[in-house]
Design a protein around this ligand. Structure first.
Ligand code: UD1
Length: 430
């Protein structure tokens, strides 16, 4: 398995181009299952999760073709999807166990083909991750759902019907799935307590371009008037706010200055406010964020992860890496996932002083320095937190299980090297 070696101590300065958002691209790709016409997605990041979802959908019969194109200063992938010959309505265990977001096939396939079988994903490193809200909402829309041999078998022989649905939690995945299902349902669906993440508004924009009738964009109440057919469309994937937030911390922690090009500051209001509060300089333009940690001492701060526009759980681990070397103490409370402190013991092995209280809170007391060590993480964002710690640690840090990073950070070493990091990938065969 590949590893990443980081030698700490370099100050990072320069520009980083932010890629399209993985978590937006995944449901956008699945939206192409709603129509037999071509859906063209631009600014798709080159990530293993995307390749993986494409291979699941190709197995089902989706036609996928790709070309590389210039997108706002960098090269990104453009994919053309055509779902005119879907043959398999089953997402097998071998695919789903490798990527939970395969559940985005549920809503579109059930709405268009009236049947879908989907392997139940089970838990993962950050928590139990149930999909009960997805399933009970589809039931409210008239689907019958059975669990057989580890598979969800969903049927709606007479098509899905509009319903008034109140989510018990503002789930991102369930909001996307029900938006897609309701777009082809008969009648009007109303979702209350819907998620409001930028990835959701991006999906709404694509669906509306395809002919869906969705109102309430950006709010927690969404109304979807079902239509009988959807059409092709061309859409650009929104910038990845979590990638931008991660590199913002790379600038801060190394006391450098990085301009994050194509980043959208509006999508990062809470994290940027916290960085400013910690003493880091933030400047924003209409398409970039400049993060300046030069000649600054920064202090601890408290974060509480919450649904958007609250502080994103997907930036919790990276902020914790920064807090390990901030002056004073920081309190981190994780409210979304029940098991998202797996990076703490690894950061402590590098010299951090962190105490976990119960399952949801951790106190980080700033130390003067970290030291390099071999480390490994159990999820994508935690892996990036260890890279961040490695950037300032004395000596060499080896981050194992790089496949996590390849799922969600496009050209990670290339981007960090370009701003001055001493980082390299050690190939398995090296
Ligand atoms: C998405 C993101 C993930 C991010 C998370 C929260 C993708 C591919 N992943 O995950 O990176 O950390 O949003 O911002 O976009 N829940 C239920 N029942 C359900 C669904 C969710 O109880 O049916 C709970 C979850 O256990 C969790 C909370 O709701 O506590 C939020 O989960 P959700 O928003 O659904 O996360 P994902 O869409 O899986």
């Amino acid at each position: 398995m590949d590893k990443i070696k980081v030698i700490g101590g370099n100050t990072l300065e320069g520009k980083i181009y932010i890629s399209g958002a993985k978590n937006a691209a995944l449901p956008l790709i699945c939206a192409s299952l709603l129509t037999e016409k071509e859906v063209i997605l631009k600014n798709v990041p080159k990530l293993s999760d995307i390749t993986f979802l494409n291979s699941l959908l190709e197995f089902m019969g989706l036609k996928v073709s790709k070309k590389e194109e210039e997108y706002k200063g960098t090269l990104a992938d453009t994919f053309v999807y055509k779902a005119d010959e879907i043959k398999e309505l089953i997402a097998p265990y071998d695919f789903v166990r490798k990527m939970r977001a395969s559940y985005y096939v549920l809503g579109p396939l059930l709405a268009r083909f009236k049947h879908v079988e989907f392997s139940l994903p089970g838990g993962c490193a950050i928590g139990a991750r149930p999909i009960d809200i997805h399933l009970s909402s589809l039931e409210q829309m008239g689907a019958t759902i059975e669990i057989k041999n580890g598979y969800v078998v969903a049927d709606a022989p007479n098509g899905l019907k509009g319903a008034n649905i109140i989510f018990s939690k503002a789930s991102v995945g369930a909001t996307c799935n029900i938006l897609m299902a309701a777009s082809l349902a008969q009648g009007v669906t109303k979702i209350e307590n819907a998620a409001k993440e930028p990835e959701i508004t991006d999906l709404i924009d694509l669906l509306n371009k395809m002919g869906a009738k969705i109102t309430g964009r950006g709010t927690s109440v969404l109304t979807i008037e079902g239509v009988s057919n959807l059409y092709g469309a061309v859409h650009e994937v929104v910038a990845d706010r979590i990638e931008a937030g991660s590199y913002a911390i790379a600038a801060a922690i190394t006391k450098g200055r990085i301009e994050l090009i194509n980043a959208n500051a509006e999508h990062l209001q809470q994290p940027l406010r916290i960085l400013e509060k910690m003493g880091i300089g933030i400047e924003t333009t209409n398409n970039s964020i400049i993060v300046d940690g030069r000649n600054r001492t920064f202090t601890g701060a408290d974060i509480y992860t919450d649904y958007y526009p609250g502080f994103p759980t997907d930036l919790q681990a990276q902020f914790m890496a920064l807090m390990t070397v901030a002056e004073g103490a920081s309190l981190v409370t994780e409210s979304i996932w029940e098991n998202r402190f797996m990076h703490v013991p690894e950061l402590c092995r590098m010299g951090a002083n962190i105490n976990i209280h119960g399952r949801a809170s951790a106190i980080v007391r700033g130390v003067n320095k970290l030291s390099g060590a071999p480390v490994m993480a159990t999820d994508l964002r935690a892996s990036f937190a260890l890279i961040l710690a490695g950037l300032i640690a004395e000596g060499e840090t080896i981050v194992n299980r790089v496949y996590h990073l390849d799922r969600g950070y496009e050209k990670l070493e290339e981007k960090l090297k370009a701003v001055g990091a001493n980082i390299e990938r050690i190939k398995e065969s090296d």
